[in-house]
Every structure is written in C-alpha cells, then in structure tokens.
Ligand binder design. Structure first.
Ligand SMILES: [Zn+2]
Length: 102
C-alpha cells in the first residue's frame, strides 16, 4: 500500500474554528431558565443540542455526563441542576469544553 493510500483514510483533523458546531460554542456555555420568567431565559446555543452523549446516559447521570461533537470529536462536560425558589424554580445547564491537547 502506498503512503498516499493510507493518508486518504486518515480523517483530517479540523480545528475548532473549522467545526460548524464548536466554532459557535464558547469554552464555557451556561444556560438559565426561570419558571414563569421567560424574559430572563438564556438557553444554550442551538449548536449545543447537536452534541451527542459520549457515554450511555441513564437516570443516574442524565444531569452530569460527557458529550461529544459528532463532527470533530471534541468532548464537553455537561452538567445541569435545579434550584427551587418560592417565586419560581431555576434551571441551570453548564457545558465546559475539555482540553483536546493532552
Ligand atoms: Zn466540533
């Protein structure tokens, strides 16, 4: 097999800036929802919803697991939590990009 044949089958690494998902996401993305206060909602970017779980998600870890970009393979730590307040409960989500250079 010639060298050119091998390189053809190796996925070309793309940078975050070239990835249509990751280029839209900051190192840390957070969302905030308050029940009954829609004006204050700050959802995650649409691109965040295109990330796929990198591990099986069960009821045990659905609020804290690793997600992966289906295009470039970058990993993100996803965490969501909930706070109860008398004037309206609050939902939070946090998405943190994990270092790809290790
Ligand atoms: Zn990506």
């Amino acid at each position: 097999m010639r060298e050119s044949d091998i390189s053809k089958h190796t996925p070309k690494p793309i940078t975050l800036a070239e990835c249509e998902i990751c280029s839209k996401l900051e190192e840390v993305q957070t969302s905030f929802y308050k029940y009954g206060w829609n004006d204050m909602d700050q959802p995650l970017p649409d691109e965040a919803r295109r990330l796929v779980p990198a591990e099986p998600v069960t009821s045990e870890n659905e609020h804290r697991h690793i997600k992966q970009c289906p295009i470039c393979g970058t990993l993100y730590r996803y965490h969501s939590w909930y706070e109860y307040y008398v004037n309206g409960s609050e939902d939070y989500e946090e998405l943190v990009r994990l270092s790809t250079t290790e």
